[in-house]
Ligand binder design. Structure first.
Ligand code: IPE
Ligand code: IPE
Ligand code: MG
Length: 318
């Protein structure tokens, strides 16, 4: 990936609400209620950065296992507070809101109605596709896809990644570029398993209710320092938080861990690359090629040298 490349699809596991509340001696539901500023921050950030797809994990198929009061609160809260409060503003800003997940008898009809109304109102918008994963699980998505393929009589030889994706719950949903999870856990928790095959993973320690614009920018900065190869061979690895450069100055990131300054991966800003006046990735690539070339030259020269002096390197074929 070219440093500075943009994120087309950002997916976010909004985690840490319960701990945020518990840290304040409050009931877990207060953490969910306090999360609307974070919701605004990520939507505003996505709109500001030209992200086309934003998928938010609002309620997982496993979250039904939580205490009944919390489940009831969560299910109502999404429709009553998040959607009711924000839908007209989102609509004005060209956001298309969609649900990803499955209906369930445990989801009250009025909640479903409100969500469907929001989908209907915004269905012609194209600036940002905001998908709320609600009663969603990646494994169920895969199982339902398999079921759909079988029920529609798709023969085994016609099953390819493209065919498979066309049978998924939301076929238009593109591959995730950046998967962001707040709350300090380093796991995917059954989110978009298919779509995250080559996602860059960014885990921040910030608890979701505290998530704001600087955290959004920090996540994007970390993403821009990554180098995506998709299984191919790319240029030498650019220095970034995962591959510390030897000439960067460490600083504590918003996630509490030490990362390098954002400029470390910017064109011409690191030591050796800076001296050459070249972008870091190109400079490192040239450096590696140059070194290999020199080694080859030296090897060849050694062979020549020993031949010139009548030495052999093992038995000749004749
Ligand atoms: C994420 O926060 C919100 C949902 C799962 C809906 P949590 O409620 O999981 O918060 P923690 O992880 O327990 O702190
Ligand atoms: C993932 O968070 C689901 C959502 C954010 C909706 P969880 O808090 O449910 O995940 P685990 O249980 O820590 O893996
Ligand atoms: Mg959690």
């Amino acid at each position: 990936m070219t440093p500075g490349a943009s994120v087309r699809h950002l997916a976010c596991i909004m985690d840490g609400n319960g701990r945020w509340a518990q840290n304040r001696g409050l009931d877990r539901t207060h953490g969910h209620m306090a999360a609307h500023h974070a919701f605004d921050a990520i939507v505003d950030g996505a709109l500001g950065e030209g992200v086309e797809w934003l998928t938010l994990f609002a309620f997982s198929t496993e979250n039904w296992a939580r205490p009944e009061e919390e489940v009831t609160f969560l299910v109502h809260f999404l429709a009553e507070r998040v959607i009711k409060r924000s839908v007209s503003r989102m609509h004005q800003r060209g956001v298309r809101l969609r649900l990803l997940g499955w209906e369930d008898p445990r989801i009250p009809v009025d909640v479903m109605d409100r969500l469907r109304e929001a989908e209907e109102l915004t269905r012609r918008n194209t600036t940002l596709h905001l998908t709320l994963a609600f009663n969603y699980g990646g494994r169920r998505d895969l199982c339902e896809t398999a079921r759909s393929l079988v029920s529609q009589g798709v023969t085994p030889e016609r099953i390819s990644p493209d065919t498979f994706a066309r049978h998924m719950a939301l076929p238009e949903l593109p591959d995730v570029d950046l998967l962001l999870r707040t709350g300090g856990e380093h796991r995917i928790s059954n989110f978009l398993l298919w779509h995250c095959a080559y996602a860059e993973l960014v885990f921040l320690d910030v608890l979701w209710p505290d998530f704001r614009a600087p955290h959004f920018q920090h996540a994007l900065e970390l993403y821009r320092q990554r180098q995506r190869r998709f299984g191919a061979v790319g240029p030498a690895t650019a220095p970034g938080p995962d591959h510390p450069a030897d000439d960067g100055t460490a600083w504590p990131g918003a996630d509490g861990r030490t990362v390098l300054p954002a400029v470390a991966a910017q064109p011409g800003r690191t030591g050796r690359a800076g001296l050459l006046g070249l972008p870091t990735t190109i400079a490192s690539h040239l450096g590696a090629s140059l070194l290999n070339g020199l080694k080859e030259t030296a090897r060849f020269a050694l062979l020549q040298f020993s031949d010139d002096h009548g030495q052999t390197h093992g038995p000749e074929p004749w």
